[in-house]
Design a binder for this molecule. Structure first.
Ligand code: F6P
Length: 320
């Protein structure tokens, strides 16, 4: 192992820069060269990369986003593009590649692993926290805190106007972000794609809350549950509640990473470089029950991470 490549791919997440920094400095301490591929998979397809040194990753641990830039690369589904990327790795004698990203990026990494001898290790970084093989992804804690801070502000105006707010959070098709945010803001209702909900049940809860003297409510809804604008209108039509919708959007993707996201990035980076040094490729690193570990890349790609529905029941008890 002499040269490793690093690439950030898919949706960016706060902490990606901390991971790039740690990978570079740990690799240098092991006398490895580091090449930073730019703009996700496009950097491999078009052979666009730059050397990373301990100095070139200085002063970035506190920055959101990724200094390597990233993108979604649908063309990476085409065999010839994957082969071009493999060629870049082989031509530049890249012995190991660390892919910092989420599920979509790891699926691309799995396809790439079949076309190259370069060892590939995934570092899970996505605000969605939906990667099988890790309890937590880089960026998730930061996105949770961003959302919590915004919803605490919304709670003020909800109380003042005695209004019900639907707050839509990200998470793509999963409810990990919505569930954790919902619990930590004391949401009266949490809606996740994994659990089918009846609108009548929502109307009933809001009416009961009002009768109990709860004059304002926060409903945290994962973006994957469907049309929240339509839901807001239906609630207003079927209850006495005055309803407003607030879509948190892309603020959840940015901001300075929390200490936890930075720590996870540094620990995952250490594990990833150590796996490559041991010649162990086609794995993703992860946090499992407090331990930094790794699982097979293919298993992660093919397994859906379960949502802890016990937490959903806890949330409803806490909101009474
Ligand atoms: O995967 C991270 C994420 O922020 C999802 O939560 C969201 O649905 C998606 O990316 C948005 O994708 P894009 O950045 O391509 O608009």
């Amino acid at each position: 192992m002499r040269t490793i490549g690093v690439v950030t791919s898919g949706g960016d997440a706060p902490g990606m820069n901390a991971a790039i920094r740690a990978i570079t400095r740990i690799a240098y301490s092991e006398n490895l060269q580091v090449l930073g591929f730019e703009r996700g998979w496009e950097g491999l397809i078009e052979s666009k990369f730059r050397p990373l040194t301990p100095r070139s990753v200085g002063g970035i641990i506190q920055s959101g986003g990724t200094i390597l830039h990233t993108l979604r690369c649908p063309q990476f589904k085409r065999k010839e593009m994957i082969r071009k990327a493999a060629e870049t790795l082989d031509l530049n004698k890249v012995d190991g590649l660390i892919v910092i990203g989420g599920n979509g990026s790891f699926k691309g990494a799995l396809e790439l692993s079949r076309e190259t001898d370069t060892l590939i290790v995934g570092v899970p970084a996505t605000i969605d926290n939906d990667v099988f093989g890790t309890d937590e992804t880089i960026g998730f804690d930061t996105a949770v805190n961003t959302a919590v801070n915004e919803i605490d502000k919304i709670r003020d105006t909800a109380i003042s106007h005695e209004r019900t707010f639907i707050v839509e959070v990200m998470g793509r098709k999963r409810g990990f972000l919505a569930l954790t945010v919902g619990i930590t803001v004391g949401a009266e209702i949490i809606l996740v794609p994994e659990v089918k909900f009846e609108k009548e049940e929502i109307f009933k809860i809001l009416k009961e809350n009002s009768a109990k003297g709860k004059k304002s409510s926060i409903i945290v809804a994962a973006e994957g549950i469907g049309d929240t604008r339509k839901l807001a209108k239906e609630i207003e039509k079927n209850t006495a509640a005055e309803v407003r919708l607030s879509i948190l959007g892309y603020a959840q993707r940015g901001g300075s990473p929390t200490a936890r996201s930075r720590l996870l990035a540094s620990l995952f980076a250490d594990k990833a470089v150590k796996l490559l040094l041991k010649g162990r490729g086609n794995r993703i690193v992860g946090l499992q029950k407090g331990r930094i570990t790794s699982i097979e890349l293919e298993k992660s790609c093919k397994t859906e991470k379960p949502l802890d529905l016990k937490l959903l029941r806890l949330a409803s008890v806490l909101a009474t």
